[in-house]
Design a binder for this molecule. Structure first.
Ligand code: FES
Length: 119
């Protein structure tokens, strides 16, 4: 007996910080961002540390981004939609010199990539 081949989900185009990206329809915004190499989604308002998805279920608020103009949107609980505009907060708002020590969910910049890595 041969296994039935499962159809791939449709792809959609989202705009992340002004750059178009492909994502799987039905994928969470956080998953789409991480799959595209974007881990740093916001900054801690006190320390300025970059933060990224941590719980993945809408509890920790570490994944907040601006989705279609709505600030404070939890990227882990929203699904991508074609034409969706996503703005990460990691590189706007509070910025301080250097990066803080690793808290849970904290993200540091990777060398030369412009993207972060979870620590
Ligand atoms: S990752 Fe925790 S609320 Fe989204």
């Amino acid at each position: 007996m041969t296994a039935k081949k499962k159809a791939r989900p449709r792809t959609v185009t989202v705009v992340v910080d002004g750059t178009p990206r492909r994502a799987w329809e039905g994928q969470s915004v956080a998953a789409a961002l991480v799959a595209g190499g974007t881990w740093a989604l916001r900054r801690n308002p006190v320390t300025g540390d970059t933060r990224g998805p941590f719980c993945g279920m809408g509890v920790c608020l570490e994944c907040e981004v601006v989705i279609d103009g709505r600030p404070g949107s939890r990227s882990c609980t929203e699904h991508v939609a074609d034409g969706m505009e996503i703005r990460t907060l990691a590189y706007g708002g509070v910025v301080r010199q250097g990066e803080g020590a690793g808290e849970c969910g904290a993200v540091r910049q990777g060398p030369g990539t412009g993207e972060g890595a979870a620590v």
